[in-house]
Design a protein around this ligand. Sequence first.
Ligand SMILES: [Zn+2]
Length: 159
Amino acid sequence: MDMLFHATSAAFLGRILGERRPGWLCLAAVIGVIPDLVSNVVCITSYQLAHSLALQLPIVLILLLLNWRIAFGGLLHVVLDIPTHQYATTHLFYPFAKWDLPIGIAWYEGLGFLTWGLLWITLAALILLYGMDQKARKLCKIKAPEERACPSPYSPRAD
Ligand SMILES: [Zn+2]
């Protein structure tokens, strides 16, 4: 997918996981695009390494210690690239193994462009629904905070 999608989806994932602070959400967005930033700046070998689970998993482990809510942006990037790039599986386990599974289509051409559009529409709809849910919960707490009228499947952060 494109870099804006990776940034948006990583920040949204951080938000869903409970992070509300704008600075941390911006960092989540940056973490989401790091694989493409690194590979576009350095070289093709860095592309393979930056999009490999062999690099992403240690990064996730380090970020879990820093702020677990923003730790999964790079991993989400690699997973999202599998169906939206024709060659993503070849470097999934780089440098330990090389797969060449015929899954995924290039998001930037032909039917892949349709996939790109559908993924953007899906992400926008999820963000909109999440925003509406948050607003409804906020209104519900204002109207009846003592009655627990709005049961939540997750606990909001108390910042
Ligand atoms: Zn990528």
